[in-house]
Design a protein around this ligand. Structure first.
Ligand code: CTP
Ligand code: MN
Ligand code: MN
Length: 497
């Protein structure tokens, strides 16, 4: 009998409500559940209206929840009312009638819930000047943004990258980083920037970046970028550093000696090329050509076979740009390890051995591990990691690539040279190495900067160290690391910052 549908539900009433309880009310309108918003209305008026409605057979809920069908408010600022409603985390809010007191008084007069008309509705609006709708803010850290390979602002980011590169080649760090960060922010946007006004609330866009964007928006290109691209020093340094094994220092040395072309370099008898540079020139055409996804897959099979011959429980993972979903890369990056502690150090030498026997090893530069857990944490920002690694050039047969080689037109050799990177951390460092080698470079920089600036932690390819607690934080997956940092997990394909 207590659950009879015609009886009102037993509910706790506030003291004010109890004052005017006239006895048991009969529910007449089961499908309508009112909620009266107390803000502006006031407690005593709300109690009075509640009692009035209940006496007429209406159900009035004391608490705003998803069972409510009609929300009634008096004298409320529309946007603040809606903001307040949304704060309640209601799932059913889109189906609720949010009504002006006029609907309530009409219903009381009629003694039944009147049909909801437009004039009763308090419609959600964002035009009230007093409380503008909250804007989605873009984080200054790329590890708090999701950046896929789809770049809607390529005209701007290409321009920024030219300028960043130019500053980098001249070893001017500040503006280089500023342009890299600006490019990275634009890459994360869901659509193209159409006007300077649209950049107003974006982080990392300084005066210089905006001036470049303004030129591009006005004239279709930036004069500063054009000037840089036609600069002889920029062009020469770009050309020289495009050779495997030639860094900015060597390129600058050659430039200052008056060398301007590859033939200048190769015919200068005073220049001693190292082994890496010799291979770089020898295979220049091939390795300056992008590697396709299909080629990366073919290389994966080759490495996979080699590493499993050494140890059946070896773990091989594709990392770098291809793990981020890129269609093309300048190389293919792999991590290899094994659960047998210490054995990981034998993996790369074993792979090299096998590739040599197969006759497909064109070049290798092996660096044995210098990893020492007792020397961590490393305070040097962006230092190279200490794991065993190898930079390779392999001969890839077209017959092994699904759909054939990504070769130049008219190339009938049936094979090409490809750059491959291998790294082999111990298994308990695997998650850190995978996160560090997946990139992008900008994403890694921002992860480390975020850890340091926002969490007082040190992150690198080896470990995560909490400086406040003075302890290392363990991780077996990348998700563990994001969780330690208090960051939402960002999938590899969202790290193309
Ligand atoms: N990396 C590293 N230590 C190295 C070399 C590379 O930690 N000695 C990291 C880089 O920071 C980068 C990732 O490995 O995040 C991949 O480097 P790289 O192959 O140069 O770049 P990709 O992002 O793979 O781009 P691409 O497709 O051009 O190869
Ligand atoms: Mn790569
Ligand atoms: Mn690489």
């Amino acid at each position: 009998m207590f659950h009879s549908p015609i009886l009102p539900r037993v509910r706790k009433r506030s003291r004010a409500a109890e004052v005017c309880v006239p006895g048991r009310e009969e529910v007449k309108f089961e499908d309508v559940r009112l909620y009266l918003v107390e803000r502006k209305m006031g407690l005593s008026r709300r109690s009075f209206l509640t009692q009035l409605a209940r006496s007429k057979g209406f159900i009035v809920e004391d608490v705003l929840s998803d069972v409510v069908t009609h929300v009634v408010s008096e004298n409320s600022h529309t946007s603040s009312l809606w903001a307040w409603l949304k704060d309640h985390g209601l799932k059913n809010l889109p189906n609720m009638h949010v009504l002006d007191i006029s609907w309530f008084t009409d219903s009381m007069r009629e003694g039944r819930p009147v049909a909801v008309e437009t004039r009763h509705l308090i419609q959600e609006t964002s035009t009230e000047a007093s409380t503008p709708p909250p804007k989605a803010t873009v984080s200054q850290y790329s590890c708090q943004r999701r950046t896929t390979i789809e770049n809607n602002n390529k005209t701007f980011t290409d321009a920024f990258e030219v300028l960043a590169e130019s500053y980098e080649l001249n070893e001017i760090e500040g503006p280089c980083l500023a342009f890299r960060r600006a490019a990275s922010v634009l890459k994360s946007l869901p659509s193209a920037v159409q006007s300077l006004g649209a950049t107003q609330d974006l982080p990392c866009l300084g005066e210089h970046s905006k001036a470049v964007m303004k030129e591009i928006l006005q004239y279709g290109h930036s004069f500063e970028v054009e000037k840089t691209l036609s600069d002889e020093r920029y062009q020469t340094l770009k050309l020289f550093t495009s050779v495997f094994g030639v860094g900015p220092k060597t390129a600058d040395k050659w430039y200052r000696r008056g060398l301007r072309s590859f033939s200048d370099v190769l015919t200068d008898s005073s220049i001693q090329l190292n082994r890496m540079q010799q291979s770089g020139f020898l295979h220049y055409g091939d390795i300056s050509r992008a590697v396709s996804k299909a080629e990366a897959r073919a290389l994966r099979s080759i490495i996979d076979e080699a590493v499993h011959e050494i140890t059946p429980d070896a773990v091989l993972a594709l990392t770098g740009g291809f793990r981020r979903g890129k269609e093309f890369g300048h190389d293919v990056d792999f991590i290899v390890t094994t659960p047998q502690g210490g054995k990981e150090e034998t993996l790369i030498p074993g792979i090299i051995n096998r590739l040599t026997k197969q006759g497909i090893l064109l070049f290798s530069d092996y660096q044995a591990s210098t990893f020492d857990m007792t020397k961590l944490p490393c305070h040097r920002f962006e230092a190279m990691d200490h794991f065993a690694k190898c930079f390779l050039i392999l001969r890839l047969e077209g017959s092994q690539v699904e759909g054939g080689l990504h070769a130049a037109e008219g190339d009938s050799r049936g094979w090409r040279a490809v750059r491959v990177d291998l790294v082999s951390p111990p298994m308990d460092r695997y998650a850190f190495a995978l996160l560090g080698w997946t990139g992008s470079r900008q994403f890694e920089r921002d992860l480390r900067r975020f850890a340091r600036m926002e969490r007082n932690m040190l992150l690198d390819n080896h470990a995560l160290y909490d400086k406040s607690k003075k302890e290392f934080l363990a991780a077996t997956t990348e998700k563990d690391i994001f969780a330690h940092l208090g960051l939402e997990y960002i999938e590899p394909w969202q790290r193309n910052a």
